[in-house]
Design a protein around this ligand. Structure first.
Ligand SMILES: NC(=O)c1ccc[n+]([C@@H]2O[C@H](COP(=O)([O-])OP(=O)(O)OC[C@H]3O[C@@H](n4cnc5c(N)ncnc54)[C@H](OP(=O)(O)O)[C@@H]3O)[C@@H](O)[C@H]2O)c1
Length: 321
């Protein structure tokens, strides 16, 4: 089978698409023939080491969808032929993956593989942010960064489902229509930190109840400034860089600030299936829509990642083996 490999090359790395040994499933694992793979910012860590720690995989990718083609003797609850999706299985940029069954969700018949692969990471993350980390209440005003991106679009839709108002921040005029189509009530165009005054004006001078910011250090201070008293700062973007050390006594108001991580939403297999099931229900009834902003052959994974980094894409990018 073929997979995308990360090959060191001098000071940097290159991604190649090459023949590798097929993975072999253990007794509690299955082998999946992959049909679609989600592209995520964290996949860039394979090239840049941006996630920190030891996360520098030799084959990138964590998310996708496909069909079970082999299974270990101890597997229960799944069968060969089942269509499944996953949000965190390493080495997903490949024609086949091996996964623990606890990491898998069955895909309902009326959800196609591309949609399933596109919704898992960003959908589960967005639902964590808007229903758990800060459960949006009717009337709340939220500032959503990168509102035309895959995560921003889904977050906007879930906030609207819960009766909130969305102020979306995007980096270019070209993205306004995508953010609006996702349901944003207002869109601010800014590719630097200058959006706070406009967000405060749009929230009747009070500031927003919650800001969702995964856009790195450039937006951090503006997001703090845009919050109202006792507002909540949901910070989530390790790949684009952290804000650095924070002196808690220097914070301007009595805000709540935290790093939200999607794993906390789905930390058991039952929760994974429950929360993914809710996303599928929302997709089925049209409450949630996915915009697939780019479909690339798996062999062009490097181009997909370069495009994601360029800030020119909207919605979700997927790879097809
Ligand atoms: N904590 C968690 O559980 C969790 C889970 C998933 C993702 N994330 C984080 O969420 C962020 C978005 O990741 P994603 O994979 O979901 O992609 P995504 O939502 O599709 O985000 C892509 C968007 O990020 C924005 N962006 C802001 N600064 C950028 C920069 N310097 N370079 C390139 N793009 C920039 C761009 O929008 P504009 O050009 O409009 O600003 C771009 O369209 C990443 O920081 C990722 O680490 C966190």
């Amino acid at each position: 089978m073929k997979a995308v490999k990360v090959i060191p090359s001098g000071e940097s790395v290159v991604l190649t698409y090459e023949q590798v040994e097929p993975p072999v499933s253990g007794p509690h694992q299955v082998t999946v023939e992959v049909s679609a793979i989600g592209v995520n910012f964290m996949d860039l860590a394979a090239k840049t080491g941006a996630m920190g720690g030891n996360y520098r995989p030799d084959v990138p990718g964590v998310e996708g969808a496909g069909r079970i083609v082999a299974m270990g003797a101890e597997v229960t609850g799944f069968q060969i032929g089942d269509r499944v999706a996953w949000v965190f299985v390493r080495h997903s940029y490949a024609q086949q993956i091996v996964a623990d069954v606890d990491a898998l969700v069955k895909i309902p018949d009326d959800i196609d593989d591309h949609t399933a692969a596109a919704v898992m990471m960003q959908g589960l993350t967005a639902s964590h942010f808007a229903t758990c980390f800060y459960p949006v209440q009717p009337g709340d005003i939220a500032l959503v960064h990168a509102g035309a991106g895959g995560l921003g679009r889904l977050l906007t839709q879930i906030i609207k489902l819960r009766g909130g108002t969305v102020i979306s921040r995007v980096s270019s005029e070209a993205k306004i229509a995508v953010a609006k189509a996702a349901g944003a009530d207002h869109v601010i165009v800014s590719d630097n930190g200058t959006f706070a005054q406009e967000a405060i004006r749009l929230s009747a001078g009070e500031g927003v109840h919650v800001v969702y910011d995964g856009s790195g250090p450039a937006t951090f201070q503006g997001s703090l400034d845009a919050l109202r008293r006792a507002g909540t700062f949901c910070w989530y973007g390790p790949v684009l860089g952290g804000p650095g050390p924070i002196d808690i006594m220097s914070l301007p108001k009595s805000i709540k600030l935290g790093y939200a991580v999607f794993f906390d939403h789905i930390h058991t297999p039952d929760l994974l299936r429950e929360k993914a099931g809710q996303l599928f229900d929302w997709l089925r009834c049209g409450a949630l829509t996915i915009e697939i902003g780019g479909v690339y052959p798996l062999a062009d994974a490097d181009k997909a990642l370069t495009d994601l980094q360029s800030r020119k894409t909207t919605g979700k990018l997927i790879l097809i083996p």
